[in-house]
Design a protein around this ligand. Structure first.
Ligand code: HEC
Ligand code: HEC
Length: 363
C-alpha cells in the first residue's frame, strides 16, 4: 500500500487500485478453484495412471551429460551416413524421424541390400526401455547406438573407419571437444554412442493419451475411453505397462508366420543362451503403434486390428469380439504423438575433406 501511495498519491486512484486488487483476489480464488477442478481425475484416468504416466520433458537420468553440445553432436551423428562403410546408411535410414522412427517394412535393408532377421522397432521413446533390442542385448540407448554401426548387415563399418571419418572433418573434432569438455581425447568410439544416445533421450512423443494422463479427461474420444476400459478389462496392461507401455519384461511368443513356416527366431535365447529364454521377446512399447507397422518381431502382420487379435489370443487366451477389437484399436490411436520442434530439427553436416574415406560398396 505504501508503495502505491508513493507512486500515485491521489485518493481516487487509490480506490480504483483497491477495487482492482479486490477483484483480482476474487478472480484468483475463482481461478484456483477451477484449476483444482481440472486436476480432479476421473476414475478412468486414475486407472490409467496406475500402470503408466505422462511423458516427461526428456529421458536423461540424474547426473548424465545433457548439454546442448552433446545433443547437437548426437543429432548430427544420427543423420551421418559417412560413418557407414557405404557412406549411404545412417540411423535415420532405418529409423526415419519422418515415419515415426521406423522403416515401415517387415525387416530392414542394410549394407549391400542385405536383410536383417527382425523388424526394426522405433527409436521414439526407446530411451525409456529397460533394455534395448527385441532380445534385450543392450542395456541402454548409449550402448545400443554403437552396435548397428559395426553390424555387418546394417552399417558394416569398423571403429577405425568411424573415427577416421570423424577425425577428417575439423568441425567434428571441435564438436567432440565441446560435447565432452572433461576428456583429454574425446574422439573415441564410445562417445559416438554416448552422443547419439543423448539425442535419443529427447526423441519423446506427446499424444492425446498423454494429455489425458495429465488431467484433460476430454483428450480422448468416447470410443477411445471405452477402448481404454476394454484394454484394462482384458488385461493388456499386465505387460504393456510403465512409462512407454512396454519395454520392461520379456514373454514367450511365436508369430503365426513362424509357426506356419517352422522358421523361428529364438529371441532372448540368442543373447543369454538359456533354454528358458527360447522364443522370449521384449514386450514392445505401444506408443505410436498405429504408425509403426508392420507388426511383431518378424514384421509379418500389416494390420493393427489383426495384430491385436493375435496378441489377445496368444497372450491372454481371449477371443475379442469385433466391437472390443475396434475399441482397443481406437484407443491405441490415441497413443500416436508428436515430437517437439527441437527433436525434429535437421542438422547441417560438415563437408568431407580429402582425408575422408570414400564410399565402399563391397560386402
Ligand atoms: C539397416 C537398418 C538399421 C540401421 C542402419 C540402424 N538400425 Fe536400429 N534397429 C534396426 C533393427 C532391425 C533393430 C531390431 C534389432 C533387434 O532387436 O535385434 C533395431 C533396433 C534399434 C533400437 C532398439 C529399440 C527397441 O525397441 O529395443 C534402437 C534404440 C535403435 N535401433 C537405434 C539405432 C541407432 C541409434 C542407429 C544408428 C547408430 C541405428 N539404430 C541404425 C535397424 C537399423
Ligand atoms: C503376456 C504379455 C502380453 C500381454 C498380456 C499383451 N501383450 Fe501385446 N505384446 C507382447 C509381446 C511380447 C509382444 C511382441 C510379440 C513379438 O515378439 O512379436 C507384443 C506385441 C504387441 C503388439 C505389436 C507391437 C509391434 O510393434 O509389433 C500390439 C499392437 C500389442 N502387443 C497390443 C496388445 C494388446 C491390445 C493387448 C491386450 C489385448 C496385449 N498386447 C496384451 C506382450 C503382451
Amino acid at each position: 500500500m505504501r508503495k502505491i501511495n508513493l507512486t500515485i498519491g491521489n485518493h481516487k486512484n487509490i480506490f480504483t487500485i483497491l477495487a482492482i486488487a479486490f477483484m483480482s483476489a476474487v478472480l484468483f480464488v475463482h481461478c484456483s478453484e477451477q484449476t483444482e477442478k481440472a486436476t480432479e481425475l476421473t476414475e478412468l484416468q486414475e486407472k490409467a495412471l496406475s500402470f503408466t504416466q505422462p511423458m516427461p520433458e526428456h529421458a536423461f537420468e540424474e547426473g548424465m551429460n545433457q548439454s546442448e553440445d552433446i545433443i547437437e553432436l548426437g543429432r548430427m551423428l544420427y543423420y551421418e551416413p559417412r560413418i557407414s562403410k557405404s557412406g549411404i546408411i545412417s540411423c535415420n535410414s532405418c529409423h526415419s524421424l519422418t515415419t515415426f522412427g521406423v522403416d515401415q517394412i517387415p525387416v530392414s535393408i542394410g549394407h549391400g541390400w542385405q536383410k536383417g532377421p527382425v523388424n526394426a522397432p522405433t527409436v521414439l521413446n526407446a530411451a525409456f526401455h529397460r533394455t534395448q533390442f527385441w532380445n534385450g542385448r543392450a542395456k541402454d540407448v548409449e550402448e545400443q547406438a554403437g552396435m548397428p554401426i559395426l553390424d555387418k548387415l546394417e552399417m558394416a563399418a569398423t571403429e577405425e573407419h568411424v573415427l577416421t571419418v570423424l577425425a577428417s572433418m575439423p568441425e567434428y573434432v571441435e564438436r567432440f571437444r565441446a560435447a565432452f569438455p572433461d576428456q583429454e581425447n574425446p574422439l573415441v568410439y564410445e562417445n559416438v554412442g554416448n552422443a547419439i544416445g543423448a539425442f535419443e533421450r529427447i526423441l519423446l512423443t506427446y499424444s492425446p493419451f498423454d494429455d489425458f494422463l495429465r488431467g484433460n479427461a476430454n483428450a480422448l474420444t468416447e470410443e477411445q475411453k471405452k477402448g481404454l476400459e476394454t484394454f484394462i478389462e482384458v488385461g493388456c496392461q499386465t505387460c504393456h505397462r510403465g512409462q512407454v507401455m512396454g519395454g520392461e519384461i520379456f514373454t514367450f511368443f511365436q508369430t503365426p508366420r513362424e509357426r506356419e513356416t517352422g522358421e523361428f527366431n529364438k529371441g532372448r535365447f540368442d543373447f543369454t543362451q538359456r533354454e528358458s529364454d527360447k522364443h522370449f521377446f521384449k514386450v514392445p512399447s505401444l506408443l505410436n503403434v498405429e504408425m509403426t507397422y508392420p507388426y511383431l518381431h518378424d514384421g509379418s502382420v500389416w494390420r493393427l486390428s489383426e495384430t491385436v487379435n493375435i496378441v489377445a489370443k496368444d497372450m491372454l487366451s481371449r477371443e475379442l469380439t469385433p466391437g472390443q477389437n475396434h475399441l482397443i484399436v481406437e484407443f491405441l490411436k490415441s497413443l500416436t504423438g508428436e515430437l517437439t520442434d527441437k527433436a525434429m530439427e535437421l542438422p547441417v553436416l560438415p563437408s568431407s575433406t580429402p582425408e575422408t574415406p570414400k564410399p565402399r560398396f563391397d560386402i
